[in-house]
Design a protein. Sequence first.
Length: 239
Amino acid sequence: MSSYQAVLFDFFGTLTRSVQRGAAHAGTAELLGCPADALSEVLNRTYYERASGRFGDAEATLRWVCAQVGVHPSDQAVRAAVASRHLAVRADTWLRADAVPVLAALRQRGLRTGVISDCTHELPAFLPQLAVAPLLDVQVFSVQVGRCKPDSTLYLTACERLGLTPGDCLYVGDGGSQELTGAERAGMTAVRLAAPDLATHMVFNADRDWRGPTLGTLAEVLALVDTDAAVAGVGGRAD
């Protein structure tokens, strides 16, 4: 049996394919009465503030964003824009073809699984509708915890909910938000997913100096835990 007891994944760019804002986001800007490029600039600049839930719920956050652009939409427009943005983010989100098979295979091996994601209000709302949801034992969202990666709080929250120590967990991510460094600092083993499509992935604060283990596909996680299990069977994992 593997000496890991859980494998925890980043969501965007890891369990999903490369993410970029698609055309549907223009509709959100139109509902708010602001230029799409101005809205995108503020969204990019304030990502971590919004992803830590600093401005309240989805409507309050969008009102704050609008104020930065200099527009003040009606309550009805804000509600419509929140719904529009939810659909736009969902439209940008495509699971990797091997996400469900890998999660299922890990659980068949007796490992727990989970997601630790820097995200705004949309992901917690639509993740339960995705095929990966029943295969995740824990879901930790920055917007709910009030911290973003690489803060250890996110990783330790996942461990607490699983009843495990960080040393029991393998963390897999594309490297955004310095998440790999953060996972290691929290006491986990971390590996980077470097799939070819991630060259176009929208990422903030990337772990550019990461020199640790790298995987080319999500499916390679299975070989990694199987190798670890073989090592553990002959005297423990080689750290």
